[in-house]
Design a binder for this molecule. Structure first.
Ligand SMILES: Nc1nc2c(c(=O)[nH]1)N[C@H]1C(S)=C(S)[C@@H](COP(=O)(O)OP(=O)(O)OC[C@H]3O[C@@H](n4cnc5c(N)ncnc54)[C@H](O)[C@@H]3O)O[C@H]1N2
Ligand code: MOO
Length: 452
């Protein structure tokens, strides 16, 4: 709502310049984290790499009751199991008639939805009928009750009657075997409805990717006020539900210390976790107890992204563990356990972690779930937005009808801005002028795009 505060911005910029070269490489190993002298990926390239990594993993499939398929992606095409409608159906409440009027009204009750097969009509006969009821054989039209009059035992139409009017013929929407939706379609509430209408009790889908979250740090408190240099763990409460909203299944969140036992537990998790993706927080930089890079090296992981030219969040990383050959040999995708898993290393600073979540975790998880990439869109920004000299910035914004409005409190350690935001705006290096179109990354709760 308020344009960026300039003093705060200056501080942010000064911090952002620490240990960077104009080429976008890290000089001192924050992102390098011991790898030393690497080049950070461009922001868009990092996202593409994450999406590509996810799309290379052989998909698993499962068969689940309809309700459990919501938010997953169809692994097989949705073919109609029946004609729809499966019988000639009245589209209106009124009268089924045979031949030209006036018609003699059939004595007794009418035909209701779900009632037994009605007796055929004879020429010149009319029977009362409800919306959704089966059309009697030999009926030629349905007349809405408001378009006719009953006089004694006779029925008179107020207007011309066209053959077939207000009859939904069997198979109007589809014939049994017709392709209703291709494989890879997202199962939305509308798809659940269609599948049920077409006769399905279960669907074959790609299961949600499984994610294990490991929160690193000795300084983290799980309750109460921060004190004596300790801070509340802001990431455990945030990441599980966030990742859930991205369409993944969180198998657990564990906190690991910065001591050798924590490093050993991290290595064990990297080697043996049954999750598709491990998401770590903290320990990505070059501090004395930053374990993530050494552990990944020890585990023989392949670093796909090692630092990204984005602020905040530049030490984020993406690694791959396991043999691609083994995974690709599972040609039917039938192995219960994936032999390939990925590690997303999020920086410990909370807004930097959000940046890593949107830059690396989201595209990776979408691809692993078989979901299409989010359509890109832009909005004009309200007010000038300062840029980093070389890196992309992600800035929390509120979305109004006309503008993306930058929010204050967007420092790497702050959640105050993003907690009030609808989205993050992607600010190119050197900044944006007021009114300039910026790419917008919706936050999952604002976009309403997830069914989880
Ligand atoms: N010499 C350099 N140091 C740092 C650089 C650099 O380039 N050179 N980059 C800075 C940047 S940028 C970031 S971002 C952080 C990333 O640090 P780590 O990923 O190693 O994270 P930690 O050191 O463990 O923690 C950083 C910061 O975040 C707080 N934190 C960690 N976890 C949580 C949590 N769950 N909830 C709340 N706060 C958390 C932690 O207390 C620290 O204050 O590195 C800079 N350093
Ligand atoms: O700039 Mo760090 O990446 O504080 O977030």
């Amino acid at each position: 709502m308020t344009p960026t505060n300039s003093a705060e911005q200056a501080l942010d910029e000064a911090l952002a310049l620490v240990s960077r070269t104009p080429e976008g490489g890290a000089t001192g190993g924050a992102g390098g984290g011991g790898a030393g002298g690497h080049r950070a990926s461009g922001w868009q390239r990092a996202r593409d790499t994450a999406a590509h990594a996810g799309s290379r993993v052989r998909p698993r499939t499962h068969r689940v009751p309809l309700a459990d398929a919501l938010g997953e992606v169809l692994a097989t095409p949705l073919d109609a199991l029946t004609d729809l409608p499966s019988f000639d159906t009245s589209a209106m409440d009124g009268w089924a008639v045979a031949g030209p009027g006036p018609w003699s009204v059939r004595a007794g009750g009418g035909v209701l939805a779900g009632s037994e097969r009605p007796e055929p009509l004879t020429d010149g006969e009319a029977v009362r009928i409800a919306t959704g009821a089966r059309i009697p054989a030999d009926a030629t039209a349905v007349i809405r009750r408001e378009h006719c009059r009953e006089a004694g035992t006779q029925l008179f139409a107020d207007r011309p009657v066209l053959t077939g009017q207000d009859i939904r013929p069997r198979g109007q929407e589809c014939r049994s075997g017709d392709l209703l939706l291709p494989a890879d379609s997202l199962v939305t509430p509308a798809v659940l409805g269609l599948a049920a209408a077409a006769g399905y009790d279960e669907l074959t889908t790609r299961p949600r990717p499984r994610v294990e979250i490991l929160v690193l740090g000795d300084e983290l408190l799980t309750e109460g006020l921060p004190h004596e240099g300790l801070v509340r763990d802001a990431l455990s409460p945030m990441l599980g539900p966030w990742i859930d909203r991205l369409g993944a299944e969180v198998t657990g969140t564990r906190r690991l210390g910065d001591d050798p036992a924590g490093a050993a537990a991290l290595l064990e998790a990297v080697r043996t976790s049954t999750a598709d993706v491990l998401i770590t927080t903290g320990g990505t930089a070059s501090g004395p107890v930053d374990h993530v890079h050494p552990v990944l090296r020890e585990a023989g992981a392949e670093l796909l992204v090692d630092g990204v030219a984005v602020r905040p969040g530049h030490p984020m990383l993406l690694a791959r563990i396991g043999s691609r050959a083994a995974d690709e040999n599972d040609v039917n995708g039938e192995n219960g356990e994936n032999t390939v898993r990925h590690v997303v290393g999020l920086p410990g600073n909370p807004l930097a972690a959000v940046s890593g979540l949107l830059t690396l975790a989201e595209p990776l998880l979408r691809a692993l779930a078989g979901r299409r990439r989010r359509p890109r869109y832009t909005a004009p920004v309200q007010g000038d937005v300062p840029g980093h000299p070389y890196d992309t910035r992600l800035v929390p914004v509120l979305l109004s009808d006309e503008h993306a409005v930058p929010l204050r409190y967007h420092g790497p350690a702050m959640l105050r801005g993003v907690a009030a935001a609808d989205a993050l705006a992607v600010v190119p290096p050197k900044g944006a002028r007021s009114g300039q179109e910026l790419e917008i990354l919706d936050l999952p709760w604002a976009s309403g795009g997830c069914f989880t």
